[in-house]
Design a protein around this ligand. Sequence first.
Ligand code: ADP
Ligand code: MG
Length: 326
Amino acid sequence: MDEFSFIRSIQQSSYRQPSVVKGIGDDAAVFRTSGKTLVTAVDTFVEGIHFATETMNFKQVGYRALTANLSDLAAMGARPLYYLASIVVPSWCSLQDIEEIFNGMDELGIKYDCDLIGGDTVQGKELTLSVTIIGEVSEESVRYRQDVQENDIIFTTGTLGNSAIGLDLLLGHTKTYDLTKDEITFFIERHRSPTPRLAFSHGLGDVKRMALNDISDGIASELNELATASNVDILIDYEKLPYTKTKTEIPASKLRAAILSGGEDFELVGAVSTDEWELVEQHAKNLEIPLTKIGVARAKKGDMPFVILREKQIETVLSATGYNHL
Ligand code: ADP
Ligand code: MG
């Protein structure tokens, strides 16, 4: 592969962000912003661990990798500005394959007005894509995990477990599933092209305090992160957790695992005071984003914070891995 022609092929003809002074083409990228609070995150996507080329095409690989980054920014309340992409290319990959990966990222770049300003291209054994994103946020509306307070409403956007069910379908572990064609297409599409919830977390500047976390590892894990960072207990009602209803229900144990531990839906889970709930609810309604109250935060009862799952009036501790401990 000719590295130089490859770099030329992925270089944007113009930059969407006027603050880019130098994008691709020098030893490093240069951007200039004045007095902004900047936010940055990196995510690495390795073939065989985070994705398989059997279940995703190259474009979807790029799309998914940048989605993970955009979702991290959404969870901070930030807007994306630029990203850098480092790629390890194995010998079996063609130039066209790699360009497709970048097309997948560019689709999101166009949608969310952010620019590819640099990266690195090297040869190696496993196809690996590492994306670094840079965004901005106004100081008053950074959404930290540590900001959950007692009596807050705990909420989630969207529905949980769609991506995990989609992956299960793609991997063929589905002998016990009885889904319609449309349902199968829906779940697979949610696995391949989840929506980063940037629209939800923007435009909530009037909300004084809100904690947010994006669901990448499963809501059980993200709830534990919120509880730990904020030093409060979080009480969740299992029956309130939103999921996609199907004509024939997915077997209960599969559905439960997908809802509690299925990551990569990239929904947002968060906390807000009862006073500000209505504002958040109205905002979600305007955007037609489903928003569900799933529980409350309360003072921690033990010496460490716990996530408690209430199911048919029985309360158990929900671990980060999604298991209940009595
Ligand atoms: P250097 O050798 O100085 O590190 P490179 O030859 O690696 O420079 O890169 C040249 C330019 O191309 C730089 O602007 C770099 O950011 C960009 N670039 C290289 N690989 C990628 C990539 N995978 N994605 C985006 N930009 C890239
Ligand atoms: Mg280099």
